[in-house]
Structure formats: C-alpha cells, structure tokens
Design a protein around this ligand. Structure first.
Ligand SMILES: [Zn+2]
Length: 66
C-alpha cells in the first residue's frame, strides 16, 4: 500500500516543519480548497499555500477540530 496521505481538516491546529518568523509554530487551518490558508496562532497572520505544498510542509496535526 502507498504511503498514507496526511489527514487534516478545516479548523485543525497543525505544526509545520518550519516555524513562523514570529517564533510560533502552531497554525490553524482556516480555509480549505485547492489552496489552503493557515493562520499563525502567535501573531494571527495568515498565509495561502497550494494544497500539495502544504501537505509536504506540514509536520503533524496537534489538535483535531472535533
Ligand atoms: Zn506568527
């Protein structure tokens, strides 16, 4: 079987492989689509990342939305 795809959904809090320049490394998924928008929980800035790139750069889900 192929490597399992990372599971994530809207409102999950995730850790990325690289922290934000503000020093925080907890991000909330605030939009899902072809692109994914994540918001830094340290400074509230958000960034838009193509979904495949997000899947590569995401390290793990810290908190599931539900
Ligand atoms: Zn930040």
């Amino acid at each position: 079987m192929a490597m399992k795809e990372k599971q994530f959904q809207l409102n999950d809090v995730v850790e990325m492989k690289k922290q934000h320049p503000c020093g925080e490394n907890r991000w909330q998924i605030i939009r899902m689509g072809a692109d994914i928008r994540i918001k830094c929980l340290g400074c509230n800035r958000s960034i838009l990342i193509p979904r495949n790139e997000f899947a590569k750069k995401m390290k793990k889900v810290i908190e599931k939305a539900n």
